[in-house]
Design a protein around this ligand. Structure first.
Ligand code: NAI
Length: 294
């Protein structure tokens, strides 16, 4: 079956962009991976190559599929390199001004029919599209971390999105082996709206001195059955992503007390203690294993 988008641009080669690039290349799309930090693109391509080799060793992909996926993944050294893309998915820093600026530059580079999509966790799709010349070609495409394993993807229409854009993104999600769900353009969409309480209440339990974070994680993971405890999840996501998401959802719900962010995460963010990506978050990470700091 022919892939829905022959060429997919991915802007942002961090945790999310890398995962989106992986599944798009596996689904048969040529992928152009762009980042303002060229070394992030090189790192992502190296790590994805190693990841595909591991999948081959485990028998989950055959030799030809691995070679084809590697061949489809191409570095982009400037935004101009995304000119021939049918779809560009953005997974850059969670800031409205930066995302708007990227998309308005992209709009002048890609063709009029190209679909532009944002992987934002918490910003309004309509707000990102405001000011674009073609807001009808713009939508939200919200994946979860780690992208290849977390199969759900929220497809979000902004106020002016053409329905055909969401249909195309839905079809492509299925080709990538994912489960698309339609979500309204409301703060946190469905999953982060429902899941907000998991982080914020856990942080409140710690700040009230009811239990320490490792105990909360252990109980919710081992006894209640969540795959990760809330603090393990925040460490995986990174507080540079999680804390602004908490702030953004709180503000968009007009300072609704249920969503109030925590000073615990604000302080850690200020101290650059972000989680796995900095080697230390709530836990310390040595050889990929989480340890409770002494
Ligand atoms: P990350 O920090 O791992 O990667 C972001 C990358 O974007 C970095 O390599 C950075 O150099 C690059 N970048 C920053 N500004 C740029 C620009 N103007 N143009 C091109 N590249 C630029 O972040 P992560 O975790 O991949 O998140 C990216 C986006 O995905 C954010 O909007 C976040 O809210 C969203 N998201 C994150 C999830 C998570 O669990 N980490 C889950 C779902 C969505």
């Amino acid at each position: 079956m022919e892939t829905r988008y022959k060429t997919t641009g991915v802007a942002g080669a961090g945790a999310m962009g890398r995962g989106i690039a992986q599944i798009a290349a596996q689904a048969g799309s040529t992928v152009r991976l762009y980042d303002t930090q060229p070394e992030a693109v090189q790192r992502a391509i190296q790590e994805l190559g190693a990841q595909w080799d591991r999948l081959r060793e485990k028998g989950r992909m055959d030799e030809a599929a691995v070679a084809a996926a590697k061949e489809r993944l191409r570095p982009a050294t400037s935004l101009q390199d995304l000119a021939d893309c049918d779809l560009v998915v953005e997974a850059i820093v969670e800031r409205l001004d930066v995302k708007r600026s990227l998309f308005s530059q992209l709009e002048d580079i890609v063709g009029p029919d190209t679909v532009l999509a944002t992987n934002t966790s918490s910003l309004s799709v309509t707000a990102i599209a405001a000011g674009l010349k073609r807001p009808q070609r713009f939508a939200g495409y919200h994946f979860f971390n780690p992208v290849p394993l977390m199969k759900v993807v929220e497809v979000i229409a902004g106020l002016k999105t053409d329905p055909s854009v969401c249909e195309g993104l839905t079809a492509f999600a299925k080709q990538m082996g994912h489960t698309p769900v339609q979500a309204q353009d409301t703060p946190g969409f469905i999953v982060n709206h429902a899941g907000r309480g998991y982080n914020t209440e856990a942080l409140r339990i710690v700040s009230e001195g009811v239990a320490d974070f490792a105990t909360i994680d252990r109980i919710l993971r081992d006894q209640v059955g969540f795959r990760l405890g809330p603090f393990e999840l925040m460490d995986l996501t990174g507080l540079d992503v999680s804390h602004p998401v908490m702030e953004s959802i709180y503000q968009q719900y007009y300072d609704e007390p249920r969503y109030r962010p925590s000073v615990i995460t604000a302080q850690r963010l200020a101290g650059n203690v972000l989680g796995r990506k900095t080697g230390e978050g709530f836990y310390r990470y040595a050889d990929g294993k989480a340890q409770v700091a002494p």
